[in-house]
Design a protein around this ligand. Structure first.
Ligand SMILES: [Zn+2]
Length: 190
């Protein structure tokens, strides 16, 4: 997981060497042969805050960046995958817990060489049993907010846990609106 973009040298469409041209006021890697333009590097991640009987589900990261830190479960969205599906999949893969999204409670925006957006959902427990994904998670469990404050925990995670206890609901899925594009969905203020 790198926040740096690797520069493109060859056209991913036709294989021709790329050149840098100013397009829409910015220098961009572009193909003189087929007119491919590399518009930028973007990544989309999701995380889920899951409270159960006054405790919240956290995982301890098994690898860098942040090895040993405790965070909410989550990960990167696959191409063509709805964000609500991605957060359910990532929580189940990392923890064995089956949950459903209730609302969207926070968005962390990190522009840079790679523009990285991370969407945080409030989740509801449906079932499953705790089982750490051996490749990524070294430990996991449910903790009170007080216990969380004594763990090595990123400020973003701690802030999301506090925000998730707010009485305001956040953005919810509105399935009643027809949008262009088969997978398009709308999250809005209830
Ligand atoms: Zn090309």
């Amino acid at each position: 997981m790198s926040y740096k973009a690797t520069p493109y040298n060859f056209c991913p469409v036709c294989g021709n060497p790329l050149i840098t041209l100013v397009i829409d006021k910015l220098p961009r890697r572009t193909c003189p042969k087929c007119s491919y333009v590399h518009w930028g590097d973007f990544s989309l991640g999701v995380g889920g805050v899951l409270w159960h009987e006054g405790k919240v589900l956290l995982v301890q990261r098994g690898h860098n960046p942040g090895k040993g830190m405790w965070t909410i479960p989550g990960g990167y969205v696959d191409q063509g995958e709805p964000i609500g599906t991605a957060v359910v999949r990532e929580i189940q893969e990392e923890t064995g817990i089956i949950a459903k999204p209730l609302s969207l409670i926070a968005l962390r925006d990190r522009p840079g060489e790679k523009h990285d957006a991370y969407i945080i959902f409030l989740m509801q427990l449906l079932g499953g049993s705790l089982q750490a994904q051996p490749e990524e998670v070294s430990n996991l469990g449910f903790f009170t907010l007080e216990e969380c404050q004594n763990l090595p925990i990123p400020s973003l995670t701690l802030n999301a846990l506090k925000a998730s206890q707010s009485k305001s609901q956040g953005l919810v899925l509105n399935a009643d609106v027809d949008l262009l594009g088969a997978l398009s969905t709308l999250y809005q203020i209830p």
